[in-house]
Design a binder for this molecule. Structure first.
Ligand SMILES: [Zn+2]
Length: 307
């Protein structure tokens, strides 16, 4: 039995062929369509070459508000258009059952069942990519609220902060995300064209991973930038711990590649600002096992009936 997994985030559409236990490999990646109603056709085009008799189902994670029951992309801050019948359209085209969920929900499922959250009852996943995705898995099941639980990136942390992709100001993801780290990398290169981040980029367009590479090499400016970003991350985590008190927080997405340079300051600010921080046990904040591949692994698990 094989499953097709699709992860359509704010920037990239990744896809691959997996086993029901989540083992598999990404087969390819392309830009995510900027229009929501173009997503079903883009997915069908991407996955059709992977289909054969062994493929029994398709799992799709997509950024935005997803109606899991109906398989509908209700609204996304990253793609124009709304109420796209993603599951029905892809199922009609490929002739297999299709499961659709929020991309961060599926990444959370992967980390909870076969990743860094194994052994914990309540796993909160926070993914720093184009924005910040969130997912909550309790005893192996995705918590949904009325449908849209876990849109943690749009907690307003600073109402006078920068505008978010959702249209509001000062959302958590407008203050820290893979996107903001990329912007910070570009700014550091602009300010110091011979500096550590510029050397890490080696002439390529500066991205968050160059910031992480420069920090790993000990570059003070990159370390300071990641420490500040980590503090902004920790501020939001403290809010989430106050509300949810999860057993573990798994931080994933592209920006989690920065590792301890980002996570250590986040842990410190979380401990400092959470209610009763000196008296309560510290909430473990750990790096994701699956990195940017968590969404695909989770999509495969969901297509195989988990979650
Ligand atoms: Zn927002």
């Amino acid at each position: 039995m094989a499953l097709i997994a699709v992860d359509c985030g704010g920037t990239n559409l990744a896809f691959g062929r997996y086993r029901p236990d989540g083992v598999g490999e990404p087969a390819g990646r392309r830009p995510a369509p900027p229009q929501a109603d173009a997503i079903p056709a883009a997915i069908v085009e991407a996955i059709t070459p992977l289909l054969d008799d062994a493929v029994e189902a398709v799992g799709i994670g997509v950024a935005g508000l997803v109606d899991h029951e109906r398989g509908t992309l209700v609204w996304s801050p990253h793609a124009s258009g709304e109420r796209v019948a993603l599951g029905a359209e892809v199922a009609a085209a490929v002739g297999r059952p299709v499961v659709v969920d929020n991309d961060a929900n599926l990444a959370a499922l992967a980390e909870a069942l076969v990743g860094a959250g194994i052994g914990h009852r309540m796993v909160l996943f926070v993914g720093l990519g184009t924005g910040i995705g969130g997912g909550l898995v309790v005893e192996g099941h995705i918590e949904r609220g009325r449908g849209f639980l876990g849109e943690v990136g749009h907690m307003v942390v600073d109402p006078s902060g920068p505008q978010c992709a959702c249209g509001h100001h000062g959302c958590w993801e407008a203050l820290v995300s893979g996107t903001t780290l990329g912007r910070a990398a570009a700014e550091l290169v602009r300010r110091d064209p011979q500096g550590g981040v510029a050397r890490a980029a080696g002439g390529a367009a500066p991205r968050g991973e160059h910031l992480a590479a420069a920090a790993a090499a000990g570059d003070p400016a990159a370390l300071a930038e990641l420490a500040a970003a980590g503090a902004r991350l920790g501020r939001g985590l403290a809010n989430l711990v106050a509300v949810l008190d999860p057993d573990v927080i798994v931080v994933g997405g592209a920006a989690a590649g920065a590792g301890e340079a980002l996570l250590a300051p986040a842990r410190a600010l979380l401990a400092e600002t959470v209610e009763g921080g000196r008296s309560r046990p510290a909430t473990p904040v750990v790096a994701a096992r699956w990195g940017t591949g968590a969404g695909l692994v989770g999509a495969a698990l969901a297509a195989g009936g988990k979650g």
